[in-house]
Write a new protein. Structure first.
Length: 160
């Protein structure tokens, strides 16, 4: 179980990179995080410790709609997956979007997982996106089914 959830620090970056490379089939997510940091688009980076760093989630600023957020990536060390660490990190992002940023947050991923954490695919159904809209979900404040176009930070262009 998670002992702490906390903002990531520069001292965590190497371990975050290791987790991203272990949790995903290629280096793209680790490179995405580095680019988001370099470009200044990162809004929040959280780490989960149990007691060592075992989970990570990034939240970046969308290019459009202005003020919106994007959850990506979310990663948990393979040896501790299935212990609800990803769920706790995701719910913390939804709380941040609602209570702190007061901004919608979008995510692209497995609908069955993210909808249990407070995201809604129905809220994103009318949106336009460079990614599959059927895997796009929205959480946080705002209208139920906006017709906005999602424009991700430039760092995402290399991942697409």
């Amino acid at each position: 179980m998670i002992e702490t959830l906390a903002p990531a620090t520069a001292a965590d970056f190497d371990r975050i990179d290791e987790i991203l490379r272990a949790a995903f089939p290629g280096p793209e997510e680790a490179e995405l995080v580095r680019r988001l940091r370099k470009d200044g688009d990162m809004v929040l980076e959280l780490v989960a410790r149990a007691p060592d760093l075992v989970g990570y989630v990034a939240v970046s600023q969308m290019a459009a709609p202005k003020g919106w957020l994007c959850l990506a990536p979310l990663a948990v060390s393979p040896e501790v997956q299935g212990r609800r660490i990803g769920s706790q990190l995701t719910r913390e992002v939804v709380s941040f979007a609602v209570d702190v940023a007061q901004a919608p947050v979008c995510v692209l991923g497995k609908v069955s997982f993210y909808e249990r954490q407070g995201f809604s695919s129905a809220r994103a159904a009318a949106m336009r996106s460079p990614y599959p809209i059927g895997s796009t979900m929205l959480a946080g404040p705002g209208e139920f089914s906006p017709k906005n176009e999602l424009i991700y930070p430039p760092a995402f262009d290399a991942v697409a």
